[in-house]
Design a protein around this ligand. Structure first.
Ligand SMILES: Nc1ncnc2c1ncn2[C@@H]1O[C@H](COP(=O)(O)OP(=O)(O)OP(=O)(O)O)[C@@H](O)[C@H]1O
Length: 642
């Protein structure tokens, strides 16, 4: 026995001493253990969605502990890694006041009515909760519509969509713009598979009425951006109809820089126990602190000279000039270009051809110095970078419009200046309104010696070109009509305007005949023109419709065009129409006033530019899909859900 043991020991010693054999043995043992570990891991490893669910549960647990006062960075809120990454990549680190004050409530599922000054970051205040809501629900393409954002104009919808694409790029939700156009069918085929729809109210209602596959029964979140404007534009009934079609279990958020009684009524009807977040309620002023605001009183016939002189003395600035109506923008844009003020001029209004508007918008975004002549389609929500000046050539219809117009400058901590031009007859009424709305504005005087007179040049242009003269006439009539249709008669009195002088200031030798004014004048002086006595009187609805039409905000079908002077569309866009636009199949006849409440209209047929085959593939295989919209002729790809 002793011998046997000695032999074994010797053998063992031999093996231990042999490194090769030793290693092989070790390797066999290692592989065996590795296999066992793998088997165990395989049975216990969680799937991705399970890990995500755990993360979500951890986040949701923290919701009740949110303390907005202590939140300095976005990461101080219990937000998903995907959202935080998106925010960081877009250079958003610290929440603004409206974001800080609303994110907690919205994460907790509360309805919110949010108001904060222009340029204060309301867009992210509703986009972040949408992303978090769908993330929490582990939403996929198969779940369909989860969130709906309603904007008053197409351009605002487009802008919101762009911000969503930026901050939401790490999520896998699909997003789409539903902002009007002819090809309802094409949109209809995709809308029910889109997770986040950004839309204008009319088009959405059309889908609700006509698209059989469209249903919002799963909707978790509804956002009304610029709610007061949506209502002002006469969409109250549309909005009510939309809200009626949505599940009552949804969460609703309403945002605007200005709130009206109608918004409070809407909130009462459509929000459940809402949290009112009015960030600047206690603020001394309703406009940004970094905005310097002045006004000048100027006779109507001096306004053109004033504008030209202003431009000549601000050649290195980025300026937006607001006008009352499209025809004014059309005419003055043309003649100012010919006057060569030394700074580039762009024009943006509702009667422009689609592609042109997109082009102008993008041009102005990228310019460091330029003047944009615009109607109120550019007044709300647009976030053009680094605008130095907002000049209101024509008096805004009310203080809220004033606030939104000047809000295109002095955005997010930047500085800016605003100049309001008032007629002597408008001064008292308008300034009283602005004071009531806590707008700090000072009166300044124009130095008459510095005014450059351009009348003679305009006379010469008009003498050379018949078309120009016709444009001047349309501008004249259209401006008067806009004043005539204004509701607030304390501010706007068309009968106080000196017509021959105004006509001359536009380069017209004779003031054109304005039939509606003659009628109204006769009415005013007691001469009945109509048996019913109704001539010259305008109902509330008509007023709204006319006013919207003048600004290019409502459809021809919705509006009544009583004056032939207004009927012919300008051909400026036809002249500048690029072959690319034609190749894209854009139909100019599509273009009428109301669609043109929108600056950026997407070529309708390509709103969802997926060919049938690939769509099927997407759905069947649940692959990552791509939605394309065509803006300015070039496709923009969107990330989309599984
Ligand atoms: N947390 C943030 N950090 C840095 N910049 C921000 C932040 N939030 C928003 N901004 C920037 O501030 C600007 C204004 O934001 P936004 O357009 O959302 O304002 P708004 O309140 O909706 O304005 P308006 O009332 O005119 O529509 C944008 O350029 C945006 O990128």
């Amino acid at each position: 026995l002793y011998e046997v043991m000695q032999k074994k020991k010797k053998k063992r010693t031999q093996i231990t001493d042999d490194p090769v054999k030793n290693f092989e043995k070790w390797k066999r043992k290692y592989n065996k253990t590795k296999k066992i570990v793998k088997r165990v891991q395989k049975t216990t490893k969680k799937r991705d969605w399970e890990v995500e669910r755990e993360n979500i549960q951890k986040l949701v647990k923290k919701y009740s502990e949110i303390n907005p006062k202590e939140a300095v960075k976005f990461s101080d809120f219990p937000l998903s890694k995907k959202t935080l990454k998106g925010l960081l990549e877009a250079q958003y680190r610290q929440p603004t006041e409206i974001q800080r004050q609303t994110i907690g409530f919205t994460l907790q599922g509360r309805d919110v009515l949010g108001a904060a000054k222009t340029g204060s970051g309301k867009t992210l205040a509703f986009l972040i909760p949408i992303l978090e809501c769908l993330y929490r629900e582990q939403w996929t393409a198969m779940d369909g519509l989860g969130a709906l954002i309603i904007s008053p104009t197409r351009e605002l919808a487009y802008q919101t969509y762009e911000v969503l694409r930026k901050v939401g790029k790490n999520h896998e939700f699909s997003a789409g713009l539903v902002i009007g156009g002819k090809d309802l069918k094409d949109e209809s085929e995709k809308i029910h598979r889109t997770n986040i729809v950004i839309c204008t109210p009319g088009r959405l209602l059309q889908h609700m009425d006509e698209t059989a596959t469209f249903h919002a029964s799963n909707l978790h979140m509804l956002v009304l951006d610029e709610a007061d404007r949506i209502l002002d534009m006469g969409f109250t009934d549309t909005l009510n109809a939309i809200v009626e079609n949505l599940p009552t279990t949804r969460q609703t958020l309403l945002f605007s820089a200005t709130q009206t009684r109608s918004v409070r009524d809407l909130a009462r009807l459509s929000l459940k126990n809402p949290e009112y977040v009015w960030v600047h309620e206690q603020a001394k002023f309703s406009t940004p602190a970094t905005l310097e605001q002045n006004y000048v009183v100027c006779e109507l016939h001096q306004k053109v000279n004033m504008l030209f002189s202003f431009m000549r003395s601000h050649l290195k600035k980025k300026i937006i000039v607001f006008f009352a109506c499209c025809k004014e923008v059309q005419y003055l844009f043309r003649v100012f270009c010919r006057l060569r003020p030394g700074i580039s001029i762009l024009a943006l209004h509702g009667k422009q051809q689609q592609m042109k508007r997109v082009e102008v918008y993008n041009d102005f975004v990228h310019k460091t110095s330029a003047v944009l002549f615009a109607t109120d389609i550019a007044a709300r929500g647009l976030d053009f970078p680094a605008v130095n000046w907002v000049l209101q050539f024509d008096c805004p219809e009310d203080a809220n419009t004033y606030i939104h117009r000047v809000g295109r400058t002095a955005r997010y901590k930047e500085g800016g200046e605003a100049l309001l031009v008032l007629l002597p007859s408008e001064e008292n009424g308008m300034i009283a309104q602005l004071q009531e709305k806590k707008v700090p504005i000072n009166k300044i005087k124009v130095n008459p010696e510095k005014l450059v007179c351009v009348q003679q040049k305009l006379d010469a242009f008009l003498a050379q070109e018949k078309e120009q003269k016709e444009r001047a006439q349309r501008c004249f009539v259209s401006y008067l009509r806009s004043v005539y249709l204004m509701k607030n008669k304390d501010v706007f009195d068309v009968f106080q305007l000196k017509l021959p002088e105004y006509a001359m200031s536009l380069g017209l030798a004779v003031a054109p005949r304005v039939r509606f004014l003659n009628k109204a004048q006769q009415q005013k002086s007691g001469v009945a023109q109509d048996d019913s006595g109704a001539a010259g009187r305008v109902s509330e609805d008509e007023l709204k419709s006319f006013t919207a039409q003048l600004k290019g905000e409502c459809s021809k079908s919705q509006s009544s065009q009583s004056e032939e002077e207004e009927e012919d569309d300008d051909d400026e866009e036809k002249e500048s129409l690029k072959p690319a636009a034609l190749l894209c199949g854009f139909n100019e006849e599509d273009e009428d006033d109301q669609k043109d409440l929108d600056l950026l209209t997407v070529k309708r047929k390509d709103v969802f530019n997926i060919n049938e085959e690939s769509q099927d593939d997407e759905v069947n295989k649940q692959h990552t899909s791509v939605m394309c919209i065509v803006v300015s002729g070039s496709p923009v790809a969107l990330h989309i859900g599984k």
